[in-house]
Design a protein around this ligand. Structure first.
Ligand code: NOJ
Length: 563
C-alpha cells in the first residue's frame, strides 16, 4: 500500500544548518553533530519545525562536503553514525523534520566508484562516470567547450586510459553517468538507506543537471559558463526524477526539494506539479540573479525586478508549491545585499526582510545566523577558504593580475565565504562557536550581534523572527490565501495582500533607508488593525495613509465578519 504523502512541508518553516560552521562540541574548531544536538532546544524555541542539513557524509572536503566519498558514512570531523542516530531521535522528540542534502550529480574523485572507474575501460564501474576521448591529433584537446562552474574546462584528462572525465564542478567532483541504470539504482539505495534511519526527505543538489545531451555538443558562446543548455533539464530529466519518485521518494511521507540551478518559474509545473510525481518543491536562483550580471557580478539591487520574480512564483498554479529563501551557504548575507547591513538600522532591516518573504505562500527557509542578522565579512585574500573563491582568485592572479583590486571588491560582495563564517552564539571569544581555533575567520561583529544577547532583548532580530514564525504557524491565510500585489512599480516598498475567506492581511515593507508615506486609501483596508510591526507601534488602526519608518514592515489584519 502506498504511504500517504501528507505534504507536511506546507506547514514547515525550515532552518538550514551548514554543519561545519554551526556549533563545535569538541574544540577542534569544526562544527559537528553533537554541536547540533546541543542547539536543538534553541531551534525548537525559535519555532522552526524542519531542518535542511548540508552534507555530513564522508568527504575529502574539496567543496566542504559537496564532494562525497562514501554516502553511508558520516564525516569523522562531524561525528559517528551513532551521533547521527542520536540527533535524529532528539529531533523527533521535538517534532523537527530532517531533510538531508543528496549530492548525486557528482561524487568525490575519492569515492570507490571513481577509483575503480579510472582503472580501466573494462572496469565494471567505468560507466558510472562520463568518459570521453579527447580531440586533436594527440587526443589531448578537451572533448567540448563546456566549463566548470568553478572556472576552467569541465573536462579533466586522465592518463591511465588516455580519456577525459566530465566535472561540472571541481576536478575532484566527477559527474555521475545517469544514463547507467546501475547508477540510478545506487541513488535509490542511498535514499532508502537514509529513509530507514529516519530522515524525512532530501534537498537534491544540482539535480536539474543530471541528464546530459548524449551528443555532448559544444555550448553556445559565453565568456564564463558554457554548455548549460546541454545539461540543464536535459533530455531524460523527467524520466530520471519520476523513476526516483516511484522507486523511493514517493513511497515515503517525504519532501523532495530540488536545487534547480538554471531553472525558473516557467519550469515549475513540469517539475513540481503534484500530478507529475517528480519533485515536491524547487529552489531556483531567479531571485538571486536580480542583483547579478552574468550570474556573478554584483549589480545594484532593483526592488521592482525582485518583486516580479516573487510575483511569478506566487502566481503559479495551485499544485505548485514555492520555496521562499534569501540566504543559504552559497549566497552572501541578505542584510548586506538588500540594504545597509552595517548601518544603525540594521536590526529593522533584518526584521523587515523577514516579513517580506515569510508572509508569502510557500515554505520559508532561515539560514543559520539570518535570524540574528549576520552580515558579510571582510576577508584578506588568504582568508578565503571556499574552493570557488580560491579558483577565481587563482585565475585572476594568473591571467589578469592588474584587475585584482576590482576582483577583491567583487568577491567581498559575492563570495560564498560570506555565508560560511561560524555562527555567532555569544560575545565570548570565538563567538561561543568553539573553544578551539575556528576553521574559518569569525565575523568580528559577533560582539554586538549574537544569539545570547539577542535572546535577552525582546525587540531583537531573533525575537522578531520568533514572533513572526509563531504568527505563521497554523495560519491558513498565509498558507493557502490568495496573493495580490499593490504598487508593483514602486522601487521603495513591497506591498501585498494575502486573503482567505473573510480574513485578509496587508503587508507593507519599506526597503529604503528613509521614511516614506504610503497612500493606502484605495486598497480596501480602512479600519484594519495592526498585528505586527518592527517598530514600537501597537493597536493601530489603518486610515487612508501610513508613514513608514526606515526599513519598517507592518502587517495589518482585516476581518469581514459580515460575510
Ligand atoms: C550546490 C551547492 O549548494 C554548492 O555548495 C556546491 O558547491 C555545488 N552544488 C556542487 O555540489
Amino acid at each position: 500500500m502506498e504511504t500517504k504523502r501528507t505534504r507536511w512541508y506546507k506547514d514547515a518553516v525550515f532552518y538550514q544548518i551548514y554543519p561545519r560552521s554551526f556549533c563545535d562540541s569538541n574544540g577542534d574548531g569544526i562544527g559537528d553533530l553533537q554541536g547540533i544536538i546541543s542547539k536543538l532546544d534553541y531551534l525548537k524555541d525559535l519555532g522552526i519545525n524542519a531542518v535542511w542539513l548540508s552534507p555530513i557524509y564522508a568527504s575529502p572536503n574539496d567543496d566542504n562536503g559537496y564532494d562525497i566519498s562514501d554516502y553511508r558514512q558520516i564525516m569523522p570531523e562531524f561525528g559517528t553514525l551513532d551521533d547521527f542516530k542520536e540527533m535524529v531521535s532528539e529531533m523527533k522528540k521535538r517534532d523537527i523534520k530532517l531533510v538531508m542534502d543528496l549530492v548525486v550529480n557528482h561524487t568525490s574523485d575519492e569515492h570507490i566508484w571513481f577509483q575503480e572507474s579510472k582503472k580501466g575501460k573494462d572496469n565494471p564501474y567505468r560507466d558510472y562516470y562520463i568518459w570521453k576521448k579527447g580531440k586533436g591529433k594527440d587526443g589531448r584537446k578537451v572533448p567540448n567547450n563546456w566549463t566548470s562552474r568553478f572556472t576552467g574546462s569541465a573536462w579533466e584528462y586522465d592518463e591511465t586510459t588516455d580519456e577525459f572525465y566530465l566535472h561540472l564542478y571541481s576536478k575532484k567532483q566527477p559527474d555521475l553517468n545517469w544514463e547507467n541504470p546501475k547508477v540510478r539504482q545506487e541513488v535509490i539505495d542511498i535514499c532508502e538507506y537514509w529513509f530507514a534511519l529516519g530522515v524525512d526527505g532530501f534537498r537534491c543538489d544540482v539535480i536539474s543537471c543530471i541528464s546530459k545531451n548524449q551528443d555532448f555538443p559544444d555550448g553556445k558562446y559565453n565568456l564564463v559558463l558554457r554548455g548549460d543548455e546541454h545539461f540543464t533539464l536535459g533530455p531524460r530529466i523527467h524520466e530520471f526524477l519520476n523513476e526516483l519518485y516511484e522507486k523511493s521518494w514517493g513511497l515515503h511521507d517525504s519532501m523532495i526539494v530540488a536545487e534547480a540551478i538554471g531553472c525558473g518559474y516557467k519550469d515549475a509545473p513540469d517539475l513540481i506539479g503534484e500530478s507529475r510525481r517528480e519533485l515536491d518543491t524547487m529552489i531556483t536562483f531567479e531571485l538571486m540573479e536580480v542583483d547579478m550580471f552574468m550570474n556573478f557580478l554584483p549589480m545594484k539591487f532593483n526592488l521592482k525586478k525582485f518583486k516580479k520574480v516573487q510575483r511569478n512564483w506566487q502566481e503559479l498554479p495551485a499544485d505548485c508549491w514555492p520555496t521562499l529563501y534569501y540566504e543559504n551557504h552559497d549566497q552572501p548575507r541578505s542584510v548586506s545585499r538588500y540594504g545597509n547591513g552595517e548601518g544603525i538600522y540594521k536590526k529593522q532591516l533584518a526584521q523587515m526582510l523577514a516579513v517580506s518573504y515569510m508572509m508569502l505562500r510557500g515554505t520559508p527557509y532561515v539560514y543559520q545566523g539570518q535570524e540574528i542578522g549576520m552580515s558579510n565579512i571582510k576577508l584578506k585574500d588568504e582568508e578565503y577558504l571556499d574552493i570557488a573563491s580560491i579558483q577565481v582568485f587563482d585565475l585572476i592572479k594568473k591571467y589578469f593580475r592588474p584587475i585584482m583590486p576590482i576582483a577583491r571588491k567583487i568577491m567581498a560582495k559575492r563570495a560564498r565565504d560570506n555565508a560560511r563564517t561560524p555562527m555567532q552564539w555569544t560575545s565570548e571569544p570565538n563567538a561561543g562557536f568553539t573553544t578551539g581555533t575556528p576553521w574559518m575567520k569569525i565575523n568580528p561583529n559577533y560582539a554586538d550581534r549574537n544569539v545570547e544577547d539577542q535572546k535577552k532583548n525582546p525587540n531583537s532580530e531573533l525575537n522578531f523572527y520568533k514572533k513572526l514564525i509563531a504568527f505563521r504557524k497554523g495560519n491558513a491565510v498565509i498558507r493557502d490565501g490568495s496573493f495580490t500585489e499593490y504598487f508593483p512599480n514602486s522601487k521603495k516598498i513591497y506591498c501585498f495582500e494575502r486573503a482567505l475567506k473573510n480574513k485578509k492581511y496587508l503587508v507593507i515593507c519599506n526597503f529604503k533607508e528613509e521614511s516614506i508615506n504610503v497612500n493606502v486609501d484605495l486598497l480596501g483596508f480602512k479600519g484594519a488593525k495592526l498585528v505586527m510591526s518592527n517598530y514600537a507601534k501597537q493597536d493601530e488602526i489603518l486610515g487612508d495613509a501610513i508613514r513608514l519608518g526606515v526599513y519598517e514592515a507592518v502587517i495589518y489584519e482585516y476581518s469581514n465578519t459580515e460575510n
